[in-house]
Design a protein around this ligand. Sequence first.
Ligand code: F6P
Length: 541
Amino acid sequence: MFTADHWQSLKSHAEALKGTSLRQLFAADPERFGRLSRAHNDLLIDFSKCRLTAETLALLCSLARAAGVEARRDAMFAGEKINATEKRAVLHTALRNLSDDPVIVDGDDVMPDVREVLAALGDFAEGLRAGEITGATGKAFTDVVNIGIGGSDLGPVMTTLALAPYHDGPRLHYVSNVDGAHLADTLKSLDPETTLFIVASKTFTTIETMTNARSARLWVANALGERAVGDHFAAVSTAIDKVAAFGIEPSRVFGFWDWVGGRYSVWSAIGLPLMIAIGPDAFAEFLEGAHDMDRHFRTAPLEDNLPVLMGLVGVWNRNALGHAARAVLPYDQRLSRLPAYLQQLDMESNGKGVTLDGAPVAVETGPLVWGEPGTNGQHAFYQLLHQGTTVIPCEFIVAAQGHESDLAHHHEMLVANCLAQSEALMLGRTEAEARAQLAATGLDPEEIERLVPHKVFPGDRPSLTIVHDQLTPFALGRLIALYEHRVFVEGVIWGINSFDQWGVELGKELATALLPMVRGEADASAKDSSTRGLLAALRNV
Ligand code: F6P
């Protein structure tokens, strides 16, 4: 049973480690990397630059056992309704279940339906890619615009960018923001005759998506006539009845199920744009990569289980060391949307303040997740990472090889920079080192003393590094699943429901109420003075 004693022993252990720097830990143990890194095939995670020891990992694994991580994991895979507040199973893993094993929800195997939708998606994607499915005037589609937001946007947009070297289908565009600029800028370069829209919304009620979809519909109707609309739209949703009301013909509607959370839906029909871009075979490899991580998560002992260890290190950083944020720093330009994707995955899942039974949580939960690709970030916010007063654990992601064989020297520089950053964060630069470096430049002693404090790097800043061979569809699927399960493990330890998102509702309700006030059609006098003042300022310009 998981008790306050477990937290206490972690805290005491953290306290005992306080006096020892990462530098000292490395100096004391030449085998530290071997002891504190773990691999699953070509996927390796180096935890040795985290502020922990082998004893810490052992303590954390016993915490995971006491918290029932394994039982909860098995309950998720077994289709139990672990999303208790919404009374739903959590089965995004079924979408990439490429085995013959059934997955049972409410007594029924969901796999036949999953396979049927996957096959229908494949047919549609192939038809489109081959130019057999055409627009109203018979021209092949050259451009596909996905209209969705949150989980109905970030997954496809992030993965499409990540797998650019595998694109051999039509061009993909993504419109998410209700800001008309997003739709207008996207449509500017497109030809209605050769553009297909996919309206992606789990609920088919999301105001941004519905507004953009209606405007896109008008764009098509104005250019090609109302009768052309059906040929230029497809939809992805769990709310098939609502899609029908929008006027999209049933053969162009791809369903999924309430046991797929929005932020876990890229494996479902929501992944259609990616499938159109890279083709059904490469999409199957993407699913296979995630399936591979699922198997690893289900079967590897906790001590060697990558998502479990990542989750535990997350808990250690958050609760024992008190770090409120973590930075995701992919040294991979094509993963530039991964931090945004992980923000939703992580912060919408674990940004919770009550436990599963509704009691306030006793410990801090999900951290702030943010980041940018290296090396760009190095020339922007890394200053704070190295010398700022807030310590932010970093997560580096890098591949052994890029896709640009003619630009291999670029990749070598990328790798060198990635390794240099984690080394610099860990080692820092002491006063003596800073002084010696300045002296070597021939500066006079007074100037050296003036500059030394500015040249010191405190170091001792934790990071982990994820390495894989290459960003293939398989590797990307595996990486996303790694993060999904990591978020799951953290949520179990914190005792929260990682699968609902009630916190997004209040703002939506208030926006609906404010719209008539923005339009000047309703009285705002009951609003607070700030909201009234801002309304007045915005309405007077
Ligand atoms: O507002 C949050 C949210 O509900 C996310 O959880 C979801 O991914 C997104 O909105 C989009 O929802 P839908 O797919 O239903 O349009």
